[in-house]
Design a protein around this ligand. Structure first.
Ligand SMILES: [Zn+2]
Length: 130
């Protein structure tokens, strides 16, 4: 089925989140750049990353897929998406700036993870040290 170019204006924010995109369309939407580090790649060095993994019920909707370079994909490895971004402030900054089309719940999950960690840090700080 031919896909219309409507909405492919590059603004990201207007991207239809429900659309099911091919690998090529995901890369085109993200300007062939990794959403985590901003590095421009080629179809050989880029991959489609599912924000919510398929095994956890994530689908292939536009709001759940992002462009990631193989280096970032390897760094993310087994970590949950929220975990990965909470661990890597720069990746989180890039992601927030670039991936405006993702489902808001994915962004909320990272915010929650960060809030949870700052709470945990305060609670586990031993008295009289540091
Ligand atoms: Zn990257």
């Amino acid at each position: 089925m031919p896909v219309s170019d409507e909405g492919f204006d590059g603004s990201g924010a207007d991207w239809p989140r429900h659309a099911s995109l091919t690998r090529e369309q995901v890369f085109a939407r993200d300007h062939d750049c990794c959403v985590y580090c901003g590095v421009e790649g080629t179809p050989e060095t880029l991959s489609v990353d599912h924000v919510q993994p398929r095994v956890r019920g994530g689908d292939h909707s536009a709001g759940n897929v992002v462009t990631a370079c193989t280096a970032c994909n390897a760094r993310k490895a087994h970590r949950r998406h929220a975990e990965f971004l909470a661990d890597e402030p720069e990746a989180w900054r890039n992601f927030r700036a670039r991936a405006r089309y993702v489902w808001p719940r994915h962004l909320a999950a990272v915010e929650e993870e960060l809030a949870r960690r700052s709470r945990t840090k305060r609670e586990t700080r031993a008295p009289g040290r540091g």
